[in-house]
Design a protein around this ligand. Sequence first.
Ligand SMILES: [Zn+2]
Length: 241
Amino acid sequence: MAQHPNERDATDCPRIRGRYLVPATGEVKPARCGTCKCGWCGPRLALVTAWAIQLANPTWSAVVTAGEAQASEAELEGQVRQLQEAIRELTADLRARGHDWQAVWVIEVSPRAILHAHVLQRGTRVPPPLFLARCRAVGLDWAAIRPIGRLTPLARYVLKGAIAGLDLSVPRAVGLMRRHLLLNGGRLAHSTRDFWTDEGGERLGGVREARTAALRARSRTPQSEYRFLPSHRLRPDGARP
Ligand SMILES: [Zn+2]
């Protein structure tokens, strides 16, 4: 992928186009590109997406695996499409059995090269043996589901493939975002239609609206809570493939 001319020594979004005024506060802010593929904006969008997941308040954490990841990008993309299709089938299957299933999921490759998805669900409890059986029925290798203990670190953990870019230089973060977007069909995360909510549990239209709600909720919290956790401190909360 061609590198943007400003990316080599960027310490901010390399595609800032002027500034804009925030009428409510009178602040003047740089107009950053705000795209996921950006080495500066992408990891920050991912962190805000983790905050939005916290607002949606999922209560169950699942991991589903789909075998060894292919080395070639073209084959990996095909494998990712199959995994996405399996998750869609699984969602339909569980709903047909009467389960309330709203979820967000993120695909990654483990250090042992296993392609897998982290799925965070809000809705009814699916017994683990049933979950595993239904996952196998849609062609997945292995699956586990358990209650979420602490949502804050888990929401960041599932997006660590992109959030880790906060600790990297902008050019290196570009590579990280590219990999994350390849594994996730050009998005930070996938979700069912009614997953995203505000603090009060009211349904929101989608992830963009949810990120806006998350930023608004954060703007009411003390400044001390703004600190970014270094991504190496992110810890899993659930079975690991
Ligand atoms: Zn940018």
